[in-house]
Design a protein around this ligand. Structure first.
Ligand code: SAM
Length: 281
């Protein structure tokens, strides 16, 4: 059952946080000349039209990228993220397209870096393949993303970022994430792993946190952005990124920009953020 389509959600507040964290990790990997491996386990299609039927139906991007697009007071990290989104809009003033995680990575990769993008959806995979067919150092594959940690780690570069961004439409995803991390970490303990999660019911989010604590893995940072306090009602109130082996600057960078994002993305005043270690070094 694959009913989730990211086109309904592209550019929302959760994408903004996810893609800023992703960009900051890639920037830090690029401080060294040596190439790295980027694995995007749940890729989506990579590029989204914001004035499509799907995007317009939910208009989620209006409360995400839409709030930042025209601002002239962006912190420098957020400005660099907006510059990535400007690239997909051909440098234009109008916000028409949004870059998913594979495209943000593709725009940043150097010739010595390499990426594998996996996607399982029968409609989305051909779109993904088509969007990346011109990139020599990017491979696309219709396959189960969770399996790729076992199948492709450690990378020959011995450096890399694994982004795990499942839809969580199946409750198993909360456990599969932890299992995949265990498999990956066994093979590649120095890699950076970034897991996106939604907060719909806090208990489900806790499953991931508790599961990761039980692995014994050290150096796990949790970054969360909430538009509303936790609730039992339907809908996502917050989202976050759990980063294993985060670059040393990431904690400070996020603590600097999250107060700005709370203010601008949640002007009604119900927002909040947290940056904390699930397990320190
Ligand atoms: N990472 C993308 C981004 O930031 O632009 C968004 C990905 S979206 C949240 C999740 C995607 O995972 C969907 O496109 C869905 O079809 C795909 N998917 C679901 N289960 C999968 C699996 N087991 N392996 C690979 N892809 C899967």
């Amino acid at each position: 059952m694959l009913s989730y389509r990211h086109s309904f959600h592209a550019g929302n507040h959760a994408d903004v946080i996810k893609h800023i964290v992703q960009m900051l990790i890639i920037e830090s990997l690029q401080q060294k000349e040596k190439g790295f491996y980027y694995l995007d386990t749940h890729s989506g299609v990579g590029r989204y039209r914001l004035f499509s039927e799907e995007s317009e139906k939910t208009a989620e991007f209006a409360e995400g990228i839409g709030c930042l697009w025209q601002r002239d007071d962006l912190p420098e990290e957020v400005a660099r993220y907006i510059a990535q989104i400007k690239k997909v809009n051909y440098g234009g003033k109008e916000l028409r397209y949004y870059a998913g995680s594979p495209l943000i990575a593709a725009q940043m990769l150097r010739p010595q870096d390499r990426a594998l993008l996996t996607e399982l959806h029968p409609t989305d995979f051909p779109l993904l393949r088509n969007n990346f067919k011109g990139f020599d150092n990017i491979q696309t594959k219709r396959d189960d993303g969770f399996q790729q940690l076992k199948a492709t780690l450690p990378p020959k570069e011995r450096r890399g970022l694994v982004l795990i961004d499942p839809p969580y439409e199946l409750k198993e995803d909360y456990d599969l994430v932890v299992k995949a991390i265990e498999e990956g970490y066994k093979r590649f303990a120095t890699g950076v792993y970034a897991i996106w999660y939604p907060v719909v019911l806090r208990q489900q989010t806790k499953r991931i946190v508790k599961g990761l604590e039980a692995t014994g893995i050290r150096k796990i940072l949790q970054i969360e952005f909430a538009v509303r306090p936790d609730s039992d009602q339907r809908g996502m109130t917050a989202s976050g990124m759990i980063v294993i082996n985060p670059p040393w600057q990431l904690e400070a960078q996020m603590k600097k920009i999250l107060p700005y994002l709370v203010k601008v993305l949640v002007p009604e005043g119900t927002g909040s953020y947290s940056v904390k270690w699930i397990t320190p070094e």
